[in-house]
Design a protein around this ligand. Structure first.
Ligand SMILES: *[C@@H]1O[C@H](CO)[C@@H](O)[C@H](O)[C@H]1NC(C)=O
Ligand SMILES: *[C@@H]1O[C@H](CO)[C@@H](O)[C@H](O)[C@H]1NC(C)=O
Ligand SMILES: *[C@@H]1O[C@H](CO)[C@@H](O)[C@H](O)[C@H]1NC(C)=O
Ligand SMILES: *[C@@H]1O[C@H](CO)[C@@H](O)[C@H](O)[C@H]1NC(C)=O
Ligand SMILES: *[C@@H]1O[C@H](CO)[C@@H](O)[C@H](O)[C@H]1NC(C)=O
Ligand SMILES: *[C@@H]1O[C@H](CO)[C@@H](O)[C@H](O)[C@H]1NC(C)=O
Ligand SMILES: *[C@@H]1O[C@H](CO)[C@@H](O)[C@H](O)[C@H]1NC(C)=O
Ligand SMILES: *[C@@H]1O[C@H](CO)[C@@H](O)[C@H](O)[C@H]1NC(C)=O
Ligand SMILES: *[C@@H]1O[C@H](CO)[C@@H](O)[C@H](O)[C@H]1NC(C)=O
Ligand SMILES: *[C@@H]1O[C@H](CO)[C@@H](O)[C@H](O)[C@H]1NC(C)=O
Ligand SMILES: *[C@@H]1O[C@H](CO)[C@@H](O)[C@H](O)[C@H]1NC(C)=O
Length: 860
C-alpha cells in the first residue's frame, strides 16, 4: 500500500503550479510559433482521444496538457490527460527546449522504446515521468545528460536500466524504478546511488528483480527517507547500518527473502513512521522496547520468523494505527498496555503462538479500532466476560471481527452491541446450541438507544458471516432473511437441521456464496430461485436433501461452483446447467441421479456444453447408457487450459471477496476462511454408475485432464490409445469394467501418472515397457486373467541394477504433488484499516505467484 503517493502528490503539485500559470498568464503569454508547430508535429505521431484543443492558429499555451511560462515558452507537457493510445514520439518533442516538466505517463505506446536522442536539448528538464506508458527495451543512455532532474519515474514499463545512467543526475530527489529490470546490474546500482545522488529523498525499486545483498551504504545518503524494495529477491541480512538510518521515515522490504536477525534499532528510529517487513519468512527478530518518542504509525511484520513476547512498552506507540503481527511465532500474552494504543484502527495478531486465556479487555478503550483478528493466535477466549462491551462506551465498534479457533463455547454477547459489524467470523470454535436470534437484530439496538429514530429502514450491515465448524444445532433461523446485505454465508460443518430457508435463494437477499455443507438439512432445494440470482458458489454437499434439482437454478447465470454431493437428490442429468458459461465445478456425486447424460436429442447441444468445466463429478449415481461422443463434446476448458499458472485468481466476487485456487505448497499465511476440495484438479469422474458401450476416443482431446475415473461401470471395447495424449494425467481408473484388448503402447507417455487402476477387466498381453507403468504393482492390474504384468517389474529391477539412467529417471520421478486448495480471501470494505486489508490479500497473491515461479525454476 502506498501511504505516500509521492508520484501523485508531485504531479498534483506540478499540475497546480501549471494551472496557476495558465490562469495568470493566459492573457499575457501567447505561445511561441516554433513551439506551436513542434506540438502540431508531435500530435501527428499520436493516436489520442483528447487532442481537439491542439488546433493550428490557436494559442498553444491553453491546449490540453500544455503549460507556458510568462514569456510563452512551454515549460510543462503532460500527455496523460490526452489519453494516448498509440503512435510514435516525434523528435519535435525535443524542440520544446524550455520544458521543465515532462510527463508521458499513463499512456499506451505499445512497446516502442524511449526516444534515444534529443534529450540533451531539454536543458532545464527537472521532472520526467515516463511511468506506466508501455515503453519497452533499455532506458537510453542519452537521458544521462538530464543533469537537472529532481524527479524521475520510469516505473511500470517493460524496461531495463543500467544504473550508470544516473551517474550525473546529482540533483535527483525522487527516483522511482518500480518494475524496471535492474537485475543484471545489481552490484552497480548501489554505488552509483550513493556516490551520485547526494540529495536523494525517495527511492522506490519494487519488483526490480533485485537479488543478493541490500545496499548497506544507503544510510550514507543523508536525506533519504523513503525506501521501497518490495517484491524483489533480496536474500541477505539487513545491514546493521540501517539501525543508524536517522532520516528514514518509511521502509518497505515486503516480499523478499531476507535472512538473519532484523536490526531491532530500526524499530526505534525517531523519524520512522511506516515499517513494512512482512513476507520475509526467514527473517527473524523480536519487537524491542519502545520509547515515548516513537512515531510509528504502521507496523507490518506478518509472515516473518519474528518471535518472543510483545513488550509492555508497545503501549508507548501513541501514533500507531495499523499493527499486523500475524503469522509469526510470537508467544507470551497480550500486554495490558495495548489499551493505550488509542489511535489503533487495525489489529491483527492471528496465527501466532501466544498463550493464555484472555478477555477482550485489551481492546477496551481503542475507540477507533475497526478490525480485530485474533484467529488461531493461541489465545483462548473460553471465559470471555459476558458483560464486556455491553455498557462501555469506550469499547470499539468494529466492522471486522475474526475470532476463528479461539475456543469460544458460545457466541459472545458483546457482539449484540456491534452495530457497525460487516464481517464476522466465528468459525472453528466449540460453539453449541442454536444460532441466537439477536444476531439478526444487531442494528436495532442503535435505534433503540437513540431517542430519535433516525433511519426507518433498519438494516444489518453484516455482509460476511461464518459460523462454520462449530457445534450449532437447530434450524437456520428465519432472521437470516433480514440480513439484506449478506453476501457470504458459511454455516458448514455444524449440526443444523430443518430445511433451507427459501429466502436464501430468492429475492431480497444478494448472496454470492452459500455454504451449508456438512449439516443435517432435509427437504428439497428451494425451487423459486430468483431470475436476479447472483450466487456464484453453492455448496450443499453432505446433507440429506431430497427431491429434484430446481430448473430455476439456471437463473444463477454467474454460478461457478455447484456442489450437491452426498445427498438424496433424485433427478435426470441436469444438462440445462451446461449453458451456465462460468460453471467450473459440478459435483453430483453420491445421489440418486439416473438416465442418460448429455443433452437430450433435438436440443441444441452447443448451447449446453459446460464451456468452463474443470471438475465434473457424477460418480455413484444411477446414470446409464452409452458414453457417446456427444457427452464429451463439451468441456472446452480441458482442451485449452484456462488455468494458466500454478496460482491464479479464480473467482472475484463483486463485494470485494474472492476465491482462488492455490497449490498447497504455498498456502503460506493466508487467512483461510474455507477450504473447498482438498484436491482440486481437472477431473472427470463417472465411476460407479451403469454406463455401457465403448470409451469414446474423443476423450484424448482433454489434454489438460488430470484425473479420469470411469471405474465400476459396464464399459466394453478396447481402451482408446488416445488416452496416451492426456499427458497431464495423474490418476486413471478404469477398473471393474468389461474392457478387453491390450493396454495401449501410448500409455508410456503418461509421465505424471501416480495412480493407475485397470484391475478387473478382460485385458490381455503385456504391460507396455517404460514410462510410469513399471512403477505400479499388481493391484493396478489384477483381475485381468490374460495380462502379464511381471515382465515389466523384472525389467525395472534389471534396469536399476545396471544403473541405466533413462529408465529410472522416467520411473523415478514422482509426479509433482499438484494439490490445489481453494481459499477464500477477503478484501474488506471501506475505511482505513479496510484498505490495508485489501492490499494485503492481493499482495499475498502476487507474492505467492512470484515465489512459486522462482521456486520452480530453481528446482529445475
Ligand atoms: C525542430 O527544430 C529543428 C532544429 O532546430 C528544426 O529544423 C525543425 O524544423 C523543428 N521542428 C519543428 C516541427 O518545429
Ligand atoms: C532554463 O532556465 C534558465 C533559468 O530559469 C533560463 O534562464 C533559461 O532561459 C532556460 N532555458 C531555456 C532553453 O528555456
Ligand atoms: C558524467 O559526467 C562526466 C563529466 O562531465 C562525463 O565524463 C561522464 O561521461 C558523464 N556520465 C554519463 C553517464 O553521462
Ligand atoms: C531481468 O533481466 C535479466 C537479465 O537480462 C533476466 O535474466 C531476467 O529474466 C529479467 N527479469 C524479468 C522479471 O524480466
Ligand atoms: C551508529 O552510529 C553510532 C554513533 O554514530 C556509531 O557508534 C555506530 O558504530 C553506528 N553503528 C553502525 C552499525 O553503523
Ligand atoms: C517465547 O519464545 C522465546 C523465543 O522463541 C523463548 O525463549 C521463550 O521461552 C518463550 N516464552 C514462552 C512464555 O513460551
Ligand atoms: C481450548 O480448550 C481446551 C479445553 O478446555 C484446551 O484443551 C485447549 O488447550 C484450549 N485451546 C486453546 C488454544 O487455548
Ligand atoms: C459437539 O458436541 C458433542 C456432543 O454434544 C461433543 O461430543 C463434541 O465433542 C462437540 N464437538 C466440538 C467440536 O466441540
Ligand atoms: C437511512 O440510511 C441510508 C443509508 O445509510 C441513507 O442513505 C438514508 O438517507 C437514511 N435515511 C434517513 C431518513 O436518514
Ligand atoms: C425481520 O425484519 C422485520 C422488519 O424489520 C421484522 O418485523 C421481523 O421481525 C424480522 N424478522 C426476524 C426473524 O427477525
Ligand atoms: C539386483 O542387485 C541386487 C543386489 O545388488 C541383487 O540381489 C539382485 O539379484 C539383482 N537383481 C537382478 C534382477 O539382477
Amino acid at each position: 500500500m502506498e501511504l505516500f503517493h509521492f508520484k501523485f502528490v508531485v504531479s498534483l503539485l506540478i499540475l497546480l503550479f501549471l494551472e496557476i500559470f495558465l490562469i495568470n498568464c493566459d492573457a499575457a503569454s501567447r505561445c511561441l510559433e516554433a513551439e506551436n508547430s513542434a506540438l502540431l508535429q508531435l500530435k501527428k505521431g499520436f493516436t489520442a482521444a483528447l487532442l481537439e484543443s491542439w488546433q493550428p492558429g490557436t494559442n498553444c499555451c491553453i491546449w490540453e496538457g500544455v503549460a507556458c511560462d510568462e514569456y510563452g515558452r512551454i515549460i510543462g507537457l503532460k500527455l496523460s490527460v490526452v489519453l494516448i493510445s498509440g503512435g510514435t514520439i516525434d523528435s519535435s518533442l525535443f524542440n520544446l527546449t524550455s520544458l521543465v516538466s515532462l510527463s508521458l505517463a499513463q499512456s499506451n505506446f505499445h512497446g516502442i522504446p524511449i526516444p534515444d536522442s534529443g534529450w540533451d536539448r531539454l536543458v532545464n528538464l527537472s521532472s520526467l515521468d515516463l511511468s506506466n506508458a508501455e515503453f519497452a527495451g533499455s532506458v537510453p543512455a542519452s537521458i544521462s545528460c538530464l543533469k537537472k532532474l529532481t524527479f524521475l519515474d520510469l516505473s511500470s514499463n517493460s524496461l531495463a536500466i543500467n544504473p550508470m545512467i544516473l551517474q550525473n543526475m546529482t540533483n535527483l530527489k525522487e527516483l522511482i524504478l518500480d518494475y524496471v529490470n535492474v537485475s543484471s546490474y545489481r552490484d552497480e546500482w548501489c554505488g552509483v546511488l550513493v556516490n551520485s545522488t547526494p540529495i536523494l529523498e525517495l527511492l522506490s525499486m519494487r519488483s526490480c528483480s533485485l537479488f543478493g545483498a541490500i545496499c548497506s551504504a544507503l544510510p550514507m545518503l543523508p536525506f533519504l527517507s523513503i525506501i521501497r524494495f518490495k517484491d524483489n529477491n533480496l536474500d541477505s541480512n539487513i545491514p546493521d547500518s540501517f539501525g543508524n538510518f536517522s532520516s528514514l521515515s518509511e521502509l518497505c522490504l515486503v516480499g523478499n527473502n531476507f535472512k538473519g536477525f532484523f536490526p531491532y534499532q530500526i524499530f526505534q528510529l525517531r523519524n520512522l513512521k511506516y515499517l513494512y517487513i512482512s513476507h520475509n519468512p526467514t527473517l527473524s527478530g523480536y519487537i524491542p522496547e519502545f520509547s515515548k518518542y516513537n512515531n510509528l504509525k504502521t507496523l507490518w511484520v506478518f509472515n516473518t520468523n519474528f518471535s518472543g513476547n510483545l513488550p509492555n512498552s508497545i503501549g508507548n506507540l501513541k501514533f500507531l494505527t495499523n499493527l499486523d503481527l500475524s503469522s509469526c511465532k510470537f508467544n507470551g500474552t497480550i500486554p495490558s498496555s495495548f489499551r493505550n494504543l488509542s489511535e489503533l484502527v487495525y489489529l491483527d495478531l492471528s496465527y501466532n503462538n501466544f498463550n493464555g486465556v484472555v478477555g477482550l479487555e485489551f481492546i477496551d478503550g481503542l475507540k477507533n479500532l475497526s478490525t480485530l483478528d485474533i484467529s488461531k493466535s493461541g489465545l483462548s477466549l473460553t471465559q470471555l466476560d459476558a458483560s464486556i462491551g455491553s455498557s462501555s462506551s469506550s469499547f470499539p465498534k468494529m466492522s471486522i471481527l475474526k475470532l476463528v479457533g479461539c475456543n469460544l463455547t458460545k457466541i459472545p454477547t458483546f457482539i449484540k452491541y456491534q452495530d457497525q459489524m460487516t464481517n464476522l467470523d466465528l468459525s472453528n470454535n466449540r460453539i453449541c446450541g442454536k444460532i441466537p436470534s439477536w444476531l439478526g437484530r444487531i442494528v436495532d439496538f442503535k435505534q433503540f438507544t437513540s431517542l430519535i429514530p433516525s433511519n426507518t429502514t433498519s438494516q444489518s450491515r453484516l455482509s460476511f458471516l461464518s459460523l462454520a465448524n462449530n457445534n450449532l444445532t437447530g434450524e437456520i433461523p428465519p432472521f437470516i432473511c433480514n440480513l439484506t446485505e449478506l453476501t457470504i454465508l458459511i454455516l458448514s460443518n455444524n449440526k443444523l437441521t430443518g430445511t433451507i430457508p427459501p429466502c436464501l435463494l430468492e429475492d431480497g437477499i444478494s448472496l454470492l456464496v452459500l455454504n451449508l455443507r456438512g449439516n443435517q438439512l432435509r427437504g428439497a432445494i428451494p425451487h423459486g430461485i430468483s431470475p436476479k440470482c447472483v450466487l456464484r458458489i453453492i455448496i450443499l454437499r453432505d446433507n440429506k436433501l431430497e427431491g429434484y434439482l430446481p430448473r430455476s437454478l439456471s437463473n444463477c447465470r454467474s454460478l461457478e461452483i455447484l456442489d450437491l454431493g452426498n445427498n438424496n437428490l433424485k433427478d435426470k442429468f441436469p444438462y440445462w446447467l451446461g449453458n451456465l458459461s462460468l460453471l467450473r465445478i459440478l459435483n453430483l456425486r453420491s445421489n440418486k441421479f439416473y438416465g442418460l447424460i448429455g443433452p437430450p436429442d433435438g436440443s441444441h447441444e452447443t448451447n449446453y456444453n459446460f464451456p468452463m468445466m474443470h471438475v465434473f463429478d457424477i460418480s455413484s449415481n444411477n446414470f446409464s447408457g452409452n458414453l457417446s461422443a456427444k457427452c464429451f463434446s463439451s468441456f472446452k476448458s480441458m482442451i485449452t487450459n484456462e488455468l494458466g499458472g500454478d496460482v491464479y485468481k479464480f473467482i472475484t466476487l463483486n463485494n470485494g471477496m474472492f476465491v482462488y485456487v492455490i497449490t498447497n505448497k504455498n498456502k503460506g499465511q493466508l487467512k483461510i476462511l474455507q477450504n473447498y476440495h482438498d484436491t482440486f484438479v481437472m477431473s472427470i469422474d463417472f465411476s460407479n454408475n451403469h454406463f455401457e458401450g465403448e470409451i469414446p476416443s474423443i476423450i484424448g482431446q482433454y489434454v489438460y485432464l488430470q484425473l479420469l475415473n470411469m471405474s465400476q461401470n459396464y464399459l466394453t471395447g478396447e481402451i482408446p490409445p488416445e488416452i496416451g495424449n492426456l499427458v497431464q494425467l495423474e490418476s486413471l481408473d478404469l477398473s471393474r469394467n468389461k474392457l478387453y484388448g491390450k493396454i495401449p503402447q501410448e500409455f508410456v507417455s503418461l509421465h505424471f501418472l501416480s495412480y493407475l487402476n485397470l484391475s478387473y477387466n478382460k485385458l490381455v498381453g503385456t504391460i507396455p515397457q517404460g514410462g510410469q507403468l513399471c512403477t505400479f504393482t499388481n493391484t493396478s492390474f489384477e483381475g485381468n486373467e490374460g495380462l502379464h504384468w511381471f515382465s515389466c517389474f523384472n525389467k525395472l529391477v534389471l534396469a536399476v541394477n545396471n544403473t541405466t539412467p533413462s529408465l529410472p529417471s522416467l520411473c523415478g520421478t514422482s509426479p509433482n504433488n499438484r494439490r490445489y486448495m481453494i481459499v477464500l480471501g477477503t478484501l474488506f470494505g471501506v475505511g482505513f484499516g479496510g484498505s490495508i486489508a485489501t492490499v494485503l490479500v492481493l499482495d499475498v497473491m502476487f507474492y505467492n505467484k512470484a515465489k512459486m515461479r522462482s521456486r520452480r525454476t530453481s528446482h529445475g
